[in-house]
Design a protein. Sequence first.
Length: 261
Amino acid sequence: MGNRIAFLYLLVKLLYLANALGQLFIIMKFLGHSDMNMVTFGQDLFNILKSKREWGGSEFFPRQTLCPVKVPHLGVRNQVYTAVCALPVNMFNEKIYIFLWLWICFVFLVSVLSLLTWLGRLALQRYSRDFLREFLAVSLLAPIRLPGDEYVGDGRGEEELSDPLVNKFLREVVRCDGNFIIRMLRLNAGDVVTGEILARWWKLFMQSEERNRRDLYAKMPDYMPGFKVTPDAPPRPESNGEPMKTPEVKQRSGARALSFV
C-alpha cells in the first residue's frame, strides 16, 4: 500500500473547507456586507443578536418598498397613491440566512478540527506505529477462527510480536494507506472486525516472511561452499522471525543450522 488513499481523503476535507468558505462569502453578499471580512461580520452579527438591536436591511432583502395603493371613491375614479409597504417575508429570509451563516461557521470549525486530527494521525509516524502495534497485540490475545478452521492468534499478544518484524510490517506493508484504512474500519465497523482483519493481515505477512526465510536457506550453500543443509538440522535459534539484512548476518545465522560434509 502507499499514500494515495490517505492523500485523497485529506484533499476531500480541504475541498469541504473551500466549499464552506465559499458559502459564507455568498451569504455575506446576500446580506449586504460583502465589504467586511468574515471576522468583522461575525462580531457585528453577535453584537446585534446580543443587544437585540434591529438588523440593517440589505439590497437583496429590503424590509420596505414603495407600492401603489388604490383608494376607491364613490362616483369618481379610483385614486392611486404611492405608499411605503412593509415586506415581512424578507425579515424571515434574513433570519434564515443568518442561521445558515452561523451553522456553516460551526461546520467549518469542525472540519478544520477533523482535518488537523487526521493530519496528526497520518503524519506522526511514531504515534501511528504505537497505535497499530498496541491494536495488533490486543487482536492477537484471543484466537480468531478463519475460514477453513484456521486460527490467528494464540493468546500470546505482545509476546508474539518482534520489534524488527513489526516495524517492517508497518513500514513496508501497512504504510500510510493501511494505517488510514485500519482507523476507518475501527470507527465504522468496530474493534472486533478490525482486529480480525489486522490479525489476518499479520498472519499473511508472517507466512510471506517464512517463505522468504526458506528460500534463503535453500540458497545458503551458494554463500558457504562446502556446507549443506541436512534434514535433521536443528531449528534456527532466531526463529522469532527477525529478518536478515546482509549476507554476513545471513551466513552467521544460517551456520547454526548447517553441518560439514
